[in-house]
Design a protein around this ligand. Structure first.
Ligand code: NDP
Length: 450
């Protein structure tokens, strides 16, 4: 901490200290560094946050849980995975955030996701704290029975730490309706209670309409808000959407509903290009029903091409939607998108653009919607699912979708306004970080040093 004109300001030593304390976690470093730099003007305006060590506190999870997940595969062989839950911040409500099952999962990835989740959940305007969890388990290629046994073992430990007023996990990469169902069943058996402990539940047993579509649809509602600032809209636009999972599928569906077309989607093997516009029904059949590879698309749809290991960001588009995973879009790809005339980028995934790529977009006046704002639709509808559960109600699709649209428009406005007040008008990276932070910081300030 140092003094300028009698005002206490934050020194970069604070950031350095946090990075040193969390060594070997590059994704967490990336997320913390970005937020720290966005918040500098806020700390200048609010020395009380510096004094109460707000940033140091917010960057430290309230609790972190790591556990063994043993299970038996279909050949009778014992397997051992590692499970985690990071309960990051409960200033605004119960911890809320997804569970990720992917071989790349380790604490650095979950800490970056949990940290981001604090600000994202705050931006939704709903009363939710931030958390994230998961396991280094790969559901790919596993039978339904193996996935069930894994989920049951995972929940046999996690159930002690979660609950409707404590921590309410949801899905993320590798965790969809099937996995949520198996985990919910095990939670119910262990606690002998049917409570609102997970979101993303089936529609017949407490799920919310629009939850499946929420992240992808919400992303497009946010992108439409960004485009409006340049008197543009999705109508007639060509888009590229990486990944072909939950977020990419429903983003592609909404692009089509808004009068645009998605010409390329991908998975970790490569991308498919379909000049006529990707047929979402075919992608859903391959990915949601058959759990197959996107290369299948080119075998089924005439005129479509499969590019094994190709870079999807080389495909010409007006709107780029990185919807797969962290750091999938680098500086070189960003330069290519700019060269091809890309107008807007909306992050459906969490932190899919590297910091260098974000700089390229800002420098070239490309509209840029950061994940913590643009993909907040998923957690927002999870919050709406909790609200419906606690009232024993189910809202209609239209009602829920309308609320989602309203929330995404508010997030855009809050981020825009904060960027205008503290940073450069229209820099939504700074705007989202600041607007998200301020609400949490005020709540933490009011709740004392706990
Ligand atoms: P899914 O597991 O449903 O799909 C992920 C998709 O991304 C798969 O098609 C996967 O392909 C692909 N993928 C993974 N790694 C790569 C890679 N290196 N290159 C290209 N494609 C890749 O996950 P979601 O759609 O739910 O999540 C996607 C992103 O959105 C994540 O960052 C997640 O955190 C974020 N998000 C998700 C929300 C939700 O509600 N689901 C909410 C907010 C954010 P493959 O099958 O080959 O691995």
């Amino acid at each position: 901490m140092w003094l300028i004109f009698g005002v206490k300001c934050m020194s970069d030593k604070v950031l350095k200290g946090i990075l040193e304390k969390n060594a070997g976690e590059p994704e967490f470093h990336q997320a913390v560094t970005e937020v720290y730099h966005s918040l500098k003007p806020v700390f200048e305006a609010h020395p009380e946050f510096v004094e109460s060590k707000m940033f140091e506190r917010i960057a430290e999870p309230e609790r972190q849980i790591m556990f063994r997940v043993p299970w038996v595969d279909d050949n009778g062989v014992v397997q051992v995975n590692r499970g985690f839950r990071f309960e990051f911040n409960s200033a605004l409500g119960p911890y809320k955030g997804g569970l990720r099952f992917h071989p790349s999962v380790y604490q650095g990835i979950l800490k970056f996701l949990g940290f981001e989740q604090i600000f994202k959940n705050s931006l939704t305007g709903l009363m939710m704290g931030g958390g994230k969890g998961g396991a280094d388990f790969d559901p790919k290629g596993k039978s339904d029975n193996e996935v069930m046994r894994f989920c049951q073992s995972f929940m046999s430990e996690l159930y002690r730490h979660v609950g409707p007023d404590t921590d309410v996990p949801a899905g993320d990469i590798g965790v969809g309706g099937r996995e949520i169902g198996y985990m919910f069943g095990q939670y119910k058996k262990l606690t002998n209670s049917f409570v609102r402990v997970l979101t993303g539940k089936g529609l017949d047993w407490g799920g919310s309409l629009v939850r499946t579509e929420a992240t992808g649809y919400g992303l497009l509602y946010f992108v439409e808000e960004m485009l409006k600032t340049k008197n543009e809209s999705m109508k007639g636009k060509v888009a590229v959407s990486s990944g072909s999972g939950n977020v990419s599928i429903y983003a592609s569906q909404k692009v089509e509903q808004l009068g645009g077309k998605v010409v390329a989607v991908s998975d970790s093997g490569g991308y498919v290009y379909d000049e006529k516009g990707i047929d979402v029904k075919v992608v859903k059949q391959i990915k949601e029903v058959e759990r197959g590879r996107i290369s299948e698309y080119a075998k089924r749809v005439k005129g479509a091409e499969y590019h094994e290991k190709g870079n999807i960001w080389e495909v010409e588009c007006d709107v780029a939607l990185p919807n797969a995973t962290q750091n999938e879009l680098d500086e070189k790809s960003a330069l290519k998108l700019v060269k091809n005339g890309c107008l807007a980028v909306g992050e459906g995934a969490n932190m899919p653009c590297t910091p260098e790529a974000v700089k390229v977009f800002h420098k070239n006046d490309v509209l840029f919607g950061p994940g913590k704002a643009a993909n907040a639709g998923g957690v927002a509808v999870s919050g709406l699912e909790m609200a419906q559960n606690s009232q024993f109600q189910s809202w209609t699709f239209e009602e829920t979708d309308k609320k989602l649209q309203g929330i995404m428009a508010n997030i855009h406005k809050a981020s825009w306004d904060a960027s205008k007040e503290y940073s450069k008008e229209g820099n939504l990276v700074d705007g989202a970080n600041i607007a998200g932070f301020l609400k949490v910081a005020r709540a933490m300030q009011a709740q004392g040093i706990v």
